[in-house]
Write a protein that binds this ligand. Sequence first.
Ligand code: TXA
Ligand code: MG
Length: 318
Amino acid sequence: MKLLKTTPRNIKLAAALIKAGGVVAFPTETVYGLGADGFNPAACARIFEIKRRPRFDPLILHAASIKQAATLFKRVPAPALRLMKRFWPGPLTLVLPKSAAVPDIVTAGLATVAVRVPANPAARALVKAAGRPIAAPSANSFGRLSPTTAAHVKKQLGSGPDLILDGGKTRIGVESTIITFIKGRPVLLRPGGLPLEEIEKIAGTAARAPGAGRRSPAAPGCLKKHYAPAAKLRIIAPGQRVRPGGAAAYLAFSKRPAGKFRAVQVLSAGGDLREAAAALFSALHKLESSGARTIYAEKVPPHGLGRAIMDRLKRAAA
Ligand code: TXA
Ligand code: MG
């Protein structure tokens, strides 16, 4: 396994690896992805092995343009097209009926496929140079914290990928927002880097996901327990009194807690939800590395990017 900076030359090398059936970890604006040729089932199978991910959990295809993305869908409803035009490239994934071009391993046998056009310049250049969609889940071990730096990828996946492209810290820091459409209405499958409020302005008020909260979730990968750090995570009200002690770490939204903790991370001193989302996984990785047995995590306001932050915290606590 090699770790290389995202120079044009290394991106070319990464694209060649992907065309040859290899697996490459690369930065996107949300989190790092673990990518393979989306049209090569054997290469996609390696993603599942490296992540130790169950095969029933489908992958997201990354496209270079709306035009390329459209070839992966059977049909695109009008409000979905409006979202593509407004938010792509960017942290929005659309789940729509798949075209025959998409292999079953990518969708885990579902009739729909998840697609997005990433905004990170290195990611876009890579997908473009590969000349085919790149299937990429987040580049973490299944169920563990998502990676927002190349070092996070290396820590979890070690020598699994053929190459890790290092593009520094990811800008948004939480995964893309996943939207599907039911009877022409948008449905939120996973809150993420694009606030739901922005989506509703373009595509209308979101409908509730059918079966939300049931055991077989609409986004199969949105299992209740996910994004889990090695320590036990407990969600608390901001400023709530907790017993510090040597085995506890603290994830604050904006104010440092009183008392001595093994480690403390503050997501955004100014209380800014975007800044907090960008810092979330890095902060959790650090608290996890501190050796703490319990991480107390403060609630954040549940709107805008706060919705994605609370979603990840709740899953990590489950
Ligand atoms: O920001 C992101 O979306 C990152 C970067 C790398 O692009 N990727 C990412 O992929 O978060 P992953 O595999 O960790 O999460 C994708 C989620 C999973 O929960 C999966 O179950 C869901 O998308 N998904 C994929 N295809 C689906 C489909 N056809 N129907 C419903 N959910 C789907
Ligand atoms: Mg993931």
